[in-house]
Write a protein that binds this ligand. Structure first.
Ligand code: SME
Length: 152
């Protein structure tokens, strides 16, 4: 697997590709992470939907999901919209407030995305591998979100 350090420079290059529309750059980031990190099976961004208390699906890589709108408080994503904190789920079957996108998913990590201190969305990763995420993933995804915040 490509190291997180190498991926960070690739993220930097994608972010700096100012000739590419922002949403396409976000899509490229999703695709890069899904292709390069073997236990990242679905990678997507959700963003606050205007003034509504809900998240709307943005660019993503992986199987299409029915959950394009998620009310604040619902599921792992909706909880992160309110808590402003990373949510690492080693075993989705152990979560009561969880929205299943696919029966193959075993674990999930959601990291909030802040612009000027405001939680405006998140990156969401689903894994078909049980308990795959470490603090390294958290630090890496925080890096990704900080970079993305610069172009939103
Ligand atoms: N599992 C998420 C829903 C989004 S999908 O994973 C793409 C949740 O519980 O919020």
């Amino acid at each position: 697997m490509t190291s997180f350090e190498t991926l960070k420079s690739e993220i930097d290059s994608l972010i700096e590709s100012t000739d590419i529309p922002v949403n396409d750059r976000l899509l490229n980031i999703c695709q890069l992470l899904r292709e390069e990190i073997p236990y990242y099976d679905w990678v997507g961004f959700y963003f606050r939907n205007g003034d509504k208390e809900e998240l709307k699906l943005g660019p993503y890589a992986g199987e299409p999901t029915d959950h394009t709108i998620i009310p604040f408080g619902k599921g792992i994503c909706g909880q992160v919209a309110l808590s402003n904190e990373n949510f690492v789920v080693p075993d989705v079957a152990a979560q009561d407030n969880y929205i299943a996108c696919s029966i193959t998913v075993k674990a999930e990590i959601v990291v909030p995305l802040f612009v000027n201190g405001e939680n405006i969305g998140q990156i969401d990763i689903d894994s078909n591998t049980p308990d795959p995420f470490t603090e390294e993933d958290e630090r890496f995804l925080e890096f990704v979100n900080k970079k993305v915040a610069q172009i939103l």
